[in-house]
Write a protein that binds this ligand. Structure first.
Ligand code: TXA
Ligand code: MG
Length: 347
């Protein structure tokens, strides 16, 4: 397939909208990561998303709208509840996905056979322009090949999807850098299924108690059903083995075990003390920068054939860092070292 490379201007957005209306696929920028969009109400078009990504058919998609009113008018949910209204008032447009029982218009391909649907109103102007120009709600998972880190630039989309989709719309670098927060209001209390740019603390400020799904912090137990199907798949993993390192002695720990096949993801201030190839993700307490850069760094590492081992500092589990923690423990297949114990000779 011939993939059109489109720019962020009115003419090109019109071309992208036409592709959507004809049942095609467009990789589009959002403030979180790039999404691979199709008309959410066209089951046949949505099916193509799964083929292009190599995504298992039992993993449901997020439906993107340009306003809460659009979700209400189209009856995407069975009922747009009070809690959903409160969340939408506060956090839409923005990096929050809300799950509720689905309306009758949602094709099975979107919900992957579940009784619920995930909806989000992105803040990125290009995503919003594409929704408005096409007049369609857009089903869009992250625009990566299944299992790879999500794309945060058009170049990442080109690397994964060239020849497999109708168009890639370049809207620059994604600001947040990790996928949206996913919360379900179909449970009592509401449950955080995936951490992202809207923090658990922010959700609690609106909803009161919010449960945290096991899959956010831990590996899903063998045979246990995932509340969010996406969490059960191997994810975000470069070809090299990633090891996370807990504790204050990160630099000493990694320096003991560096050779030319090692990459070190690090904070900017540690870079000059590390005796090997480094991939800085921002200053130590610039948590937003860590989220913004992490997928790009994982993809850069993946491009270097010689790299077999990657060290990265274990992120914190509060604020936006919880999202980085959640993605990195998956990319490392849950392998964590304790640098302090090691340096003290305890392990
Ligand atoms: O920021 C984002 O959310 C990006 C951009 C493009 O909007 N999209 C994205 O989509 O990350 P995707 O498909 O890569 O991740 C959606 C996650 C998956 O883990 C999926 O299993 C979960 O949301 N999900 C979708 N619908 C669901 C539902 N009805 N119930 C439970 N989990 C659901
Ligand atoms: Mg994804």
């Amino acid at each position: 397939m011939d993939t059109k490379l489109l720019k962020d201007n009115i003419e090109d957005i019109s071309i992208a909208a036409k592709i959507i209306n004809e049942g095609g696929l467009v990789a589009m920028p959002t403030e979180t990561v790039y999404g691979l969009a199709a008309d959410a109400l066209n089951g046949k078009a949505v099916r193509k998303i799964f083929q292009a990504k190599g995504r298992p058919m039992d993993n449901p998609l997020i439906v993107h709208v340009s306003s809460p009113q659009m979700a209400i008018d189209l009856k995407l949910y069975k009922e747009f509840t009070e809690d959903a209204k409160k969340l939408a008032d506060k956090f839409w447009p923005g990096p929050l996905t809300i799950i509720l029982p689905k309306g009758d218009c949602i094709p099975d391909e979107v919900s992957a056979g579940l009784e619920t649907v995930a909806v989000r109103c992105p803040s990125h102007k290009t995503a919003r322009a594409l929704i408005e120009k096409s007049g369609k709600p857009l089903a869009a998972p992250s625009a990566n090949i299944s299992g790879k880190p999500s794309p945060t630039t058009a170049e990442h989309c080109i690397n994964d999807l060239m020849g497999k989709v109708d168009a890639i719309l370049d809207g620059g670098e994604c600001e947040v850098g990790v996928e949206s927060t996913v919360v379900t209001l179909d449970t009592n209390p509401p449950r955080l299924l995936r951490p992202g740019g809207i923090t658990l603390e922010q959700l609690e400020s609106v909803l009161g108690e919010v449960a945290v799904d096991d899959a956010v912090l831990h590996k899903l137990a063998e045979g246990k059903k995932a509340s969010s199907p996406g969490m059960k798949y191997k994810h975000y993993a470069p070809k090299a083995q990633v090891y996370l390192v807990r504790g204050n002695n990160f630099v000493d720990f990694v320096n003991r075990d560096i050779d030319e096949s090692t990459a070190v993801v690090c904070f900017d201030e540690d870079e000059k003390y590390i005796n090997g190839e480094t991939f800085p993700i921002g200053s130590k307490t610039d948590y937003k920068s860590h989220a913004h850069k992490i997928f790009d760094v994982l993809r850069k590492i993946d491009k270097e054939e010689k790299i077999k081992k990657v060290f990265a500092p274990l992120p914190r589990t509060d604020g936006v860092s919880l999202a980085v923690y959640n993605r990195l423990i998956r990319s490392s297949a849950f392998r964590i070292f304790n640098a302090d114990a090691y340096v003290l000779g305890l392990t």
